[in-house]
Every structure is written in structure tokens, then in C-alpha cells.
Design a protein around this ligand. Structure first.
Ligand SMILES: O=c1ccn([C@@H]2O[C@H](COP(=O)(O)O)[C@@H](O)[C@H]2O)c(=O)[nH]1
Ligand SMILES: [Zn+2]
Ligand SMILES: [Zn+2]
Length: 601
């Protein structure tokens, strides 16, 4: 039966512009497959996304067009649905696999821990066999210890309906923070290898598709673009990227574009290309036309773009996956409440030293009050955290087991070295927060910098003033509805008369300012330093000349470098010891919340 027409809802949405070949893209989902439970604008879950892609497929295939679904990595670390199970990821892998993904790749987060990359090799790659590509990652096979590609380097395939001939690759940016069971080869070196050179020599190609956990604007993608263009001066190239947690679209030339689709299941990226050649029509007269759209991940947008409604939109598979997510969250007790936050605490909505900054809260309350190694007696300490280790805001209200993993998912412990001159610690802080100047070896942006600070931000000039960004904002967040579950459309979606425009993503990219599907008003945002410090005890003036230098272990390689610049004669790797019996930041936060943030009876 014909689905009934959707209820007319007046709202400021831009439509999708379909083409001969269409794409849906996710990146940096970091375990947020339940969507955002407190933010209606991003409240659709992986089950809804499955329904959405099935419905879009029906729509485009009815017109004889093709659809490809892409994911570019960082699927793990960042949400209780992944991080709270033992072992990590057991529920997530099962939920993920129900989406049909045509091309997927690994991010850096799949490689930090030995078990995570092992799980990619033994579970995710087989779950997506024939679709998972890994052009520049090798792994020591856990059974044979042989160094093998994590997944096939590339593939050539032909689209179902039109016979568009595609050569696809799957890259990771030049990452060097991986555990030593994997090897990431720099992109620039990989593209000189014979398999890549042979792949791009193919003359019977209508499109090169480069999926990767690589920023849309990056030296890595420019190198791949140049390598392909050396052989094919006009063949269209569509890149999909990620890692910076931003919406972005880069134009390399009139036939080569790169789309990056945000983070944390806030965004479903859409791209389309018209005017491609095909196997049956190998030459076309006109130039291809590329389009892009960033879809806010909520049911209101999904209904709008599919032309369906709450009765006609859901698919059986989508409903089943939504149920799987609900069951997994319940099995993992993710709604267990540890305390109630008295106010919102923001990552970038306010300056990092503002009373409403999450970093200020950590530096002045959590670290001084909860981080203390009793074996160190009265020794004062300075504890250093990388801002990038804090992943999300805290909302006023219930602070749950899920919240703890959302804010601090990493299993990093604290380490320390004794009796470090206080002035050297401050010098180290200065060095860490100006890392860009010190480690940059070329004019290109150095990916090393991204390994320290808050994702999506560059700290090159060391200033932290207000700047406009395209992130979601506090004004979006008052839409939080007490007690609301997921599947909530934005509040304004319910107003059919004169919809308000709420602040949110207002993306500016190489194609202009019309990329977002939902029209928002812009917001301001603040830069965050690479690292913050907390004084233990908290009173700085009472510090003696030397302190214990405590740091989150992720920082150790950066401290080695910064220590050299500060002329501190400390061997961090051999002289440091575990602090407070190996407590992790997540546990520290949970304990502090339980002790300090009581819920009203
Ligand atoms: O153990 C870890 C691993 C990573 N980080 C931080 O994560 C970001 C990178 O995250 P993306 O999602 O790839 O952008 C990096 O800036 C590290 O600061 C960490 O703190 N601990
Ligand atoms: Zn990420
Ligand atoms: Zn990443």
C-alpha cells in the first residue's frame, strides 16, 4: 500500500538534492548509537538511522539511482554503550552490524588499545566482510603474530542499478599514537606502493571513492588527490573524512570534493553526484555536479527527507535495532544515577576558566578534592590533564553511569614523578599548551597536535578567545525535556505556525553556508588549552618549591618532549610511578559526583 502523506510541519529545513549516485555518511560515532538522550535535535538512534537509509534507498532506487552508505571510523570509545561493558564493545559490535554499510574504515580510536584493534580484526572486519577497507593499517595477527593488512587495501565494484564503476580506498590519517600491535603507514608513503599505483592506473573507472578517518582539509587527502590527478586529470573523486568532529566540505578541484560529517551521531552526512559515466555509457558530455547536506540526526529531519511519518517511516529492522539498544542500555545499567549536577558544565560554551566550564570544575574541585595518594603524605601535587580526554558537556540534572563514560571514556591511569620544581611544572604547562610551535616540522598542520587537545581545535597560537564555530550550543540544549526519552523531535518541530530558529550548526564550508539541513542561528564558542592543571592541595600559594608532578598516562610521550624543552632532568618512562593505586579519571569523577552532587529527595 502507498504510505500516507506526512503530517505537514512547518520548519526551516533544506531539502536533499539527489543525484545519479547518493551517499549517507557517518563518522566519529564513538558509541553514541542510542543517540542523544537529552538533546532532541540529535535524538535519533542507530535503529532510526537504519530505517532512514532503507527509506532513502527505496526513494532513490525508485528513480533508478544508487545509494552507498559510508562510515569513516572512531566508532568506539566515548559512550557507556561501548565503554561500560566487560569486555568493551560487546553490545556495540552486535548493534552496529545491522546497518548495511558499503564502505567502512578504521579511526585512530580503533587502534589505541590492543584489544580494540584485535576486536576490529576478529569481529568488525568479518561482520563487514567485503566492505571494510584499510589502505594503510597493518596488524600483528593475534594467532600467528604475522603482520597482515587489517582489511583489504581497496576494492573495485560496480553500483547495482546504473553500473557506475568505482575504485574505493580506506585510509587513516598519519596517526602515531597506536598500540604497538598495529602499524599505521603514512599516507604519503602508502600512495607510492605498487598496489595503489596499479589501482589508480585502471582506465575503466567512473569514480574514485576515498573513505578515511582523515580531515576533509588535510595534507593526507591533498596527497591522494594529487596522486590520482597525475593519472586521471578528470575522473571524479569523492572523499569522505572525519576525525576533527566537525562538519566540513573541501573542494580540491571542480571534480573532487571531501565531506566530513561531524561527531557523536549528531550528523548524518549526505552527498550526491550527477553526471557520472557508467559501464554502459562510458563517456559523458557534461561535468559532474557534486552536492552535500548535513542532516541533524532526529526523526523530524528523517520524516521530512523521506516524506514519511511516524506510522510509515519505521522499518522492522530499525525497530528491532532500537529495541536492542534499549536492552543493552538496561543490561549495562546506564541509567543508574550517581548524583545530580546542579548546573550545566560546558566544554567550549564558556571560557575554560569560567565557573561553568567543565575544565574549571575539574581543576578547582574534582582534582584537588578527589585525587590524593595517601602514601605521599603532605606532599603537594600538580595534576595535569589533556583537555582532549574530556569528551562532552555535563547537563544539569541526573548524572548517570552513562554520563561518566560520555565525559571520560578512556581507561587512562594517573602517574607521577616526585619532587619536581614548581617553576619547571609551570614551564612544562606552557610548552604543552604551545605544542604546535614546537612540534611542527612543516607548514602543513601537524597531526601530532590533534593528539593532545580537544578534537576539532587547533591551539597553534595559544590564545583561547571567543570564536565562532558550528557546534551545538546551550540555546539548543534548553530544549532538554525533563524525563524525555529518545526519539524526540526538536521542540520547534511541534509548532506549525511560525517556527523559531534555534542556535546550532551553522556550517561554513568550501561550498558556502547552505550545507546544514536545519537552519539554525550561529553561536559563539571558546578555545580550550591543550592541557589544564589542578593543584593538590588546592591553594597555590601554599605550595612548596617542589611538587609531585601527577599526570594522566596518555600525556607521557608529550611530557617527555615538554620536559626536554623545559630542561627538566626527569626520565618520565622509568622514574614515574602509579598514583593513587592506578585510579582512573572516570572513577575519580564518579566518586566525586556521588560525594558532592546530591539529588533532591
Ligand atoms: O586514551 C586516550 C585516547 C585519546 N584521547 C584524546 O582523544 C583525542 C582524539 O580523539 P578523536 O576522536 O580521534 O578526535 C585526542 O585529542 C586525545 O586527547 C585521550 O585523551 N586518551
Ligand atoms: Zn573521533
Ligand atoms: Zn579520530
Amino acid at each position: 500500500a502507498q504510505p500516507s502523506a506526512p503530517a505537514p510541519i512547518s520548519a526551516p529545513l533544506r531539502d536533499l538534492e539527489y543525484g545519479q549516485l547518493n551517499f549517507l555518511h557517518t563518522t566519529d560515532t564513538h558509541g553514541w548509537l542510542a543517540g542523544h538522550l537529552h538533546e532532541p535535535s540529535y535524538s535519533a538512534d542507530w535503529g532510526d538511522y537504519i530505517s532512514f537509509s532503507l527509506r532513502i534507498r527505496e526513494k532513490v532506487e525508485a528513480k533508478g539511482q544508487d545509494l552507498l552508505v559510508i562510515d569513516t571510523g572512531d566508532r568506539v570509545e566515548g559512550n557507556g554503550l561501548y565503554d561500560s561493558s566487560i569486555p568493551k564493545g560487546i553490545y556495540l559490535s552486535e548493534i552496529l552490524r545491522h546497518q548495511h554499510i558499503d564502505i567502512l574504515t578504521s579511526g585512530n580510536h580503533e587502534l589505541y588499545q590492543q584489544n580494540t584493534s584485535k576486536n576490529e580484526l576478529l569481529t568488525t572486519v568479518p561482520n563487514f566482510r567485503g566492505h571494510y577497507l584499510s589502505s594503510n593499517i597493518d596488524i600483528y595477527h593475534p594467532k600467528t603474530n604475522e603482520l597482515v593488512p587489517l582489511a583489504p587495501r581497496y576494492k573495485k565494484f560496480t553500483t547495482q542499478l546504473q553500473g557506475i564503476r568505482i575504485v574505493a580506498f580506506g585510509f587513516l590519517f598519519n596517526f602515531n599514537g597506536n598500540y604497538n600491535n598495529t602499524v599505521v603507514q603514512p599516507v604519503e608513503k602508502t600512495i607510492q606502493e605498487s598496489w595503489f599505483q596499479e589501482a589508480i592506473q585502471d582506465k575503466e573507472v567512473d569514480l574514485f571513492l576515498v573513505a578515511g578517518h582523515v580531515p576533509a582539509h588535510s595534507p593526507e587527502y591533498r596527497a591522494i588527490f594529487k596522486a590520482i590527478r597525475k593519472v586521471h586529470w578528470a575522473t571524479p573523486i569523492q572523499f569522505f573524512g572525519g576525525h576533527q568532529h566537525i562538519r566540513d566540505y573541501a573542494q580540491y578541484d571542480s571534480r573532487a570534493f571531501a565531506l566530513a560529517s561531524g561527531r557523536f551521531m549528531e550528523t548524518i552526512g549526505f552527498a550526491s553526484i550527477d553526471g557520472l559515466s557508467t559501464s554502459s555509457q562510458p563517456s559523458v558530455a557534461s561535468s559532474p555536479v557534486f552536492k552535500r547536506r548535513y542532516i541533524d540526526n532526529n526523526l523530524f529531519s528523517f520524516y521530512h527527507h523521506t516524506g514519511l511519518d511516524q506510522d510509515t517511516f519505521p522499518t522492522e529492522k530499525g525497530r528491532e535495532v532500537t529495541q536492542m539498544i534499549t536492552d543493552a542500555r538496561s543490561a549495562l545499567s546506564l541509567d543508574t544515577v550517581f548524583g545530580c549536577a546542579p548546573r550545566n558544565l560546558w566544554m567550549t560554551r564558556v571560557p575554560y576558566n569560567d565557573p561553568d566550564s567543565i575544565y574549571n570544575w575539574l581543576a578547582t574541585e574534582v582534582l584537588p578534592q578527589a585525587l590524593k595518594d595517601e602514601s605521599r603524605g603532605d606532599s603537594p601535587a600538580v595534576a595535569i590533564l589533556n583537555s582532549g580526554g574530556i569528551r562532552f558537556d555535563i547537563f544539569k540534572g541526573e548524572f548517570t553511569r552513562d554520563s561518566a563514560f560520555i565525559i571520560s571514556p578512556f581507561p587512562n591511569k594517573f602517574r607521577y614523578v616526585k619532587d619536581v620544581p614548581y617553576d619547571k611544572v609551570q614551564l612544562i604547562m606552557t610548552v604543552l599548551n604551545q605544542q604546535a610551535k614546537i612540534v611542527s616540522t612543516s607548514e602543513d598542520e601537524n597531526p601530532y597536535i590533534h593528539e593532545l587537545g580537544t578534537p576539532g581545535q587547533s591551539h597553534a597560537d595559544g590564545d583561547y578567545e571567543e570564536e565562532e564555530t558550528n557546534k551545538a550550543t546551550e540555546e539548543t540544549r534548553p530544549l532538554i525535556i525533563d524525563g524525555a526519552g529518545s526519539h524526540q523531535a526538536p521542540l520547534w518541530a511541534k509548532r506549525s505556525d511560525n517556527p523559531d530558529i534555534f542556535p546550532g550548526y551553522t556550517t561554513k564550508d568550501d561550498a558556502g553556508t547552505d550545507g546544514d539541513d536545519t537552519i539554525h542561528s550561529p553561536v559563539k564558542n571558546y578555545m580550550v588549552p591543550n592541557c589544564i592543571q589542578g593543584h593538590i592541595p588546592g591553594n597555590k600559594t601554599a605550595l612548596s618549591e617542589t611538587v609531585d608532578l601527577v599526570y594522566i598516562e596518555f600525556l607521557e610521550p608529550f611530557l617527555v618532549l615538554a620536559g626536554k624543552f623545559a630542561q627538566l632532568d626527569v626520565d618520565f618512562i622509568n622514574e614515574s610511578e602509579e598514583y593513587m593505586s592506578g585510579v582512573q579519571l572516570t572513577d575519580l569523577i564518579t566518586t566525586w559526583v556521588g560525594d558532592n552532587w546530591k539529588c533532591d529527595e
